[in-house]
Design a protein. Structure first.
Length: 177
């Protein structure tokens, strides 16, 4: 039983449904951080994060690490902690700047838009997220081990506004078994 009203499809999605002659379907997106998404976020060792730059160009990056990479912090708020390229990562530069000082960057107003895709390649499951960045930080450059590996720690906090539940990946993305 669902407590949410089905979300309307985006105008562009409706156009594509008509062109592809897709039969009428309810939109499976929910306007909150679903329990399915929470469960998946706690298992997934990878999360792709995307945002827009100042010219509205889309950029994505992969944040990896050990599970749990992400945890719920409050209702509709998640925290992500993992590793990213220490230099030349456009998403991290857009969201946090390019200086790994360890200082917390807080968003003003409603926050910068982010999209996410948590992926568990072993189980072929994924969950899609949409929300706004609340705050984040890059690890300090003082860590010699991170500096030599080209990686740095990143922490992001986001308010999730929409999730699309856990689904099987298409068969062509099956990396084994």
């Amino acid at each position: 039983m669902s407590f949410f009203r089905a979300m309307d499809w985006h105008e562009g999605e409706e156009v594509m449904h008509k062109r592809l002659r897709v039969p009428p379907l309810d939109n499976p997106t929910v306007p909150t951080l679903s329990q399915q998404a929470v469960s998946m976020l706690q298992r997934a060792p990878l999360i792709a994060i995307g945002t827009l730059d100042a010219d509205s160009n889309p950029w994505t990056t992969i944040i990896g690490g050990e599970s749990p990479l992400s945890q719920p912090l409050a209702r509709d708020i998640i925290g992500i902690k993992g590793s990213v390229a220490a230099r030349h990562d456009p998403v991290i530069e857009i969201l946090l700047g390019n200086e790994a000082t360890g200082e917390v960057v807080r968003e003003e107003g409603s926050g910068r838009m982010i999209g996410g895709l948590a992926i568990d390649l072993q189980t072929r499951k994924r969950v899609k997220l949409y929300g706004r960045m609340v705050a984040g930080a890059l690890g300090s450059k003082d860590d010699d081990e991170q500096a030599s590996s080209g990686q740095t720690d990143v922490q992001l906090v986001a308010r999730i506004e929409q999730t699309l539940g856990e689904h099987d990946m298409p068969h062509y993305l099956n990396f084994g078994s």
